[in-house]
Design a protein around this ligand. Structure first.
Ligand SMILES: Nc1ncnc2c1ncn2[C@@H]1O[C@H](COP(=O)(O)OP(=O)(O)OP(=O)(O)O)[C@@H](O)[C@H]1O
Ligand SMILES: [Mg+2]
Length: 372
């Protein structure tokens, strides 16, 4: 029997909900999931990471301290994974770790994921592959989204299909049928980031569980139109975005403008409008860039939001909209598995980016290795 090729993927995305981790076996061409875990961030760490998304006092020191906290939480989830799967650290080839994005400015030549990969290698005794976005940015790309190459590897089918990731930010991958043609992918705009922020403001809860609160509201068409007026949405791909643009002040500014001209909008109606907005921008992106898509596969935490999924089905105009679970990978595991896949690509010295997606000058091996 060939030696098992275990890799770990660690994803902590824009939603700041915590860390998703997977242990996968890459012995066969299609990776097989062996274990998964999710750890929520400690509230102090989450709050500090959120603050570090905006300029602030002494932020270099604070960022380095937060990165050390992150590395310890990454190490603890790795320990859980290995215990659960009964796999020794010595049998894992590498950990692919995304880190926590606090700035995404490819226009200024950088993207910054807080991370302490040296500490993670020290604590786990496993090779760590980190900083997976910078090389693509150095090659003139957006450094995002990186998951489309992985989507192409695991979700390709005989017909064209759209893969939609509803994380903090929503991104889409258009896969041509039978792998014949160019893969397109880009960040459509907000996924859950505004829904979460509004739920925190008005419910004091980090998420609108299952989209129940949104379901109790009515879409406000004026607010929806104002949200859809955002210039980012009309930019042609390649493009990527983050909390730098889509944040609570962005929403509040537009809400104030609408309310100043008419009557107040109930908070649950704002939540319904935000849900419709998220679904609409995905539907529009599919209509524009994935016209041939026969079906739509949804991954990321937003796949668990029933209101969002219902609205997305309505916006996809007859195309079946299905959770990635129906194709064998739970929605919350896809991104973490993608970072295990990127670590595997790094170790094999294979490119991890798709220039047709990120706009980079060419294919590049992504990431930096921190040996155990
Ligand atoms: N049961 C649920 N009901 C409603 N929303 C949910 C539910 N479960 C997860 N979510 C949403 O999914 C989010 C987390 O999704 P995910 O982990 O995919 O995003 P992420 O960490 O931002 O990743 P990325 O931005 O890299 O794709 C939560 O913040 C929440 O908004
Ligand atoms: Mg997450």
């Amino acid at each position: 029997m060939p030696a098992r090729q275990f890799f770990i993927g660690l994803m902590s995305g824009t939603s700041l909900d915590g860390v998703d981790a997977v242990l996968a076996d890459f012995t066969e061409p299609r990776p097989a999931l062996r274990a998964h875990a999710h750890h929520e961030f400690a509230p102090e760490l989450r709050d500090e990471l959120l603050r570090l998304n905006a300029p602030g006092d002494n932020e270099l020191h604070r960022a380095c301290v937060a990165a050390q906290h992150l590395a310890r939480s990454f190490a603890s989830i790795v320990e859980d994974l290995l215990l659960h799967a009964e796999v020794d650290a010595g049998n894992v080839r590498a950990i692919g770790v995304h880190g926590q994005t606090v700035r995404h400015r490819p226009d200024a030549g950088y993207t910054l994921q807080l991370n302490a990969p040296a500490t993670l290698a020290e604590l786990t005794g496993i090779d760590v592959v980190a900083d997976l976005r910078s090389r693509d940015v150095a090659a003139g790309g957006q450094g995002a989204p990186l998951v489309p190459a992985f989507h192409a590897a695991v979700f390709e089918s005989a017909h064209s299909r759209a893969i939609v990731n509803l994380g903090g930010i929503g991104n889409i991958t258009c896969l041509p049928g039978g792998g014949a043609g160019t893969v397109i992918g880009f960040d459509c705009g907000p996924g859950n980031v505004l829904l979460d922020a509004w739920a925190m403001t008005h419910l004091g809860q980090p998420i609108d569980r299952d989209g129940r609160w949104a379901a109790s509201g009515q879409v406000d068409e004026r607010l929806l139109a104002t949200l859809l007026d955002e210039p980012y949405l009309a930019l042609p791909p390649p493009k990527s975005t983050g909390r730098d643009l889509f944040n609570l002040p962005w929403l509040q500014h537009r809400l104030d403008a609408v309310v100043a001209q008419a009557r107040p909008i109930a908070p649950q109606d704002v939540q319904a409008s935000l849900s419709r907005f998220t679904a609409r921008i995905v539907g529009d992106a599919i209509a524009l860039c994935c016209r041939d898509a026969a079906d739509v596969i949804v991954c990321g935490g937003g796949a668990h939001n029933h209101t969002l999924m219902r609205m997305l089905s309505e916006e996809c105009r007859g195309r079946p909209v299905r959770s990635s679970a129906e194709l064998g990978i739970a929605p919350e595991h896809v991104e973490a598995l993608a970072f295990a896949w990127l670590a595997h690509a790094h170790v094999m010295r294979l490119p991890g980016n798709l220039p047709s997606v990120t706009g980079a000058r060419g294919s590049r091996i992504l990431g930096a290795l921190y040996p155990a």
